[in-house]
Design a protein around this ligand. Structure first.
Ligand code: BDP
Length: 328
């Protein structure tokens, strides 16, 4: 949105006579998003802020800054905790540094399937992780979809853990993902999302891992042609607000924000399913060689040291790990 349209919108709201209730503070929120504008996350975030603006009669408005223009994801998480950013949509992957509970869903193969992830995040597991987030200054508003992440690279298709041996693989910023790659004798490089395309192109890394929409929307498929459906990580994402901003809202505004957050998550999950299928078609048409992995058990077995180290370092999170692993 340009400055001009923003002024026009503010003026229009005032002109409509939707003045502020006495004592209420007008808020114009800044929202962080890493994705391109037509991405499911981006569309759902726009619908969230539109609904908030409409239902609060213009008392709470905002703007979503797409394409990561407000900075990298790890930085944005810190800025949101400080209240410099008001809201954002984050993968729980890079949140582990700030919120230990989120690391549980970054464990490889922790969820048996994407539907199981939705069900558990909408219940006790989401509650427990949400508590951990609030304790660190982040108020969750809705759990968004991100499907399953799989490996892609420019060297060879991956069918067994031995195929990862020796590959230089970009991972999101979290030590767990470094350990995941090292457990298969690959070389892990934590790196900001925005730098991956160039690094693939110049051979700084051989590959990376992500879900089909991110592999496609970033054009990584143009520079890493083998996409192997290992589906090793099912990491939920979160539309969330800085607790500092949340606490500025009246109870009525908080209700509106929470309801809009949940509605936007429903919309995002619907959009996600379509985009995932479309992205796979796009990358195949672009020359990507997609292979399914007949047997995932060797990959799961290779992750034993990752789990052992995690549970040894985080004994207090073992119940949460158990809750997910034993879910029916
Ligand atoms: C995408 C997530 C995004 C991450 C990105 C990454 O939606 O939040 O930043 O992966 O790999 O799937 O960095």
């Amino acid at each position: 949105m340009t400055i001009f349209t923003r002024i026009t919108r503010t003026t229009a709201v005032a002109a409509m006579g939707l003045g502020l209730a006495s004592g209420a503070q007008a808020l114009d929120l800044r929202g962080w998003n890493i994705h391109v504008e037509d991405y499911p996350v981006s569309i759902a975030m726009e619908s969230f802020i539109d609904e908030v603006s409409e239902k609060t009669g213009g008392e709470v408005t905002g703007q979503v800054y797409h394409n990561g223009v407000l900075g990298s994801q790890p930085d944005a998480i810190e800025q949101m905790r400080l209240g410099v950013l008001d809201f954002g949509e984050f993968s729980l992957g890079p949140m582990g540094q700030a919120v230990p509970e989120t690391n549980v869903v970054s464990l490889p193969f922790i969820f048996a399937s994407v539907p199981e992830m939705y069900r558990l995040m909408d219940g006790a597991v989401g509650e427990a992780i949400g508590e951990g987030m609030r304790a660190k200054g982040i108020q969750p508003l809705g759990w968004y979809a991100a499907g399953a992440r799989s490996f892609y690279n420019s060297v060879r298709p991956i069918n067994t853990p031995a195929d990862v041996d020796g590959l230089k693989v970009r991972v999101m910023s979290n030590d767990l993902f470094v350990k995941m790659i090292e457990a298969m004798d690959g070389n892990a490089t934590p790196m900001a999302f925005a730098e991956v395309y160039q690094s693939l192109k110049t051979g700084v890394v051989d590959g990376a891992e992500n879900n089909p929409p991110s592999y496609e929307s970033t054009n990584h498929f143009e520079v890493a042609k083998y996409y192997s459906l290992t589906e090793h990580l099912i990491i939920p994402e979160c539309l969330c607000m800085s607790l500092k901003t949340w606490e500025k809202l009246t109870p009525e505004q908080q209700d509106i924000v929470m309801t809009a957050g949940r509605a936007s998550a429903e919309l995002q999950r619907e959009l996600w399913a379509d985009r995932e299928a479309a992205s796979l078609e796009t990358v195949k048409a672009g020359g990507t060689e997609v292979n399914t992995v007949a047997d995932k058990a060797p990959f799961q077995q290779a992750m034993t040291p990752v789990y052992e180290a995690f549970l040894a370092d985080n004994p207090d999170l073992s119940d949460l790990v158990e809750l997910i692993r034993t879910a029916e």
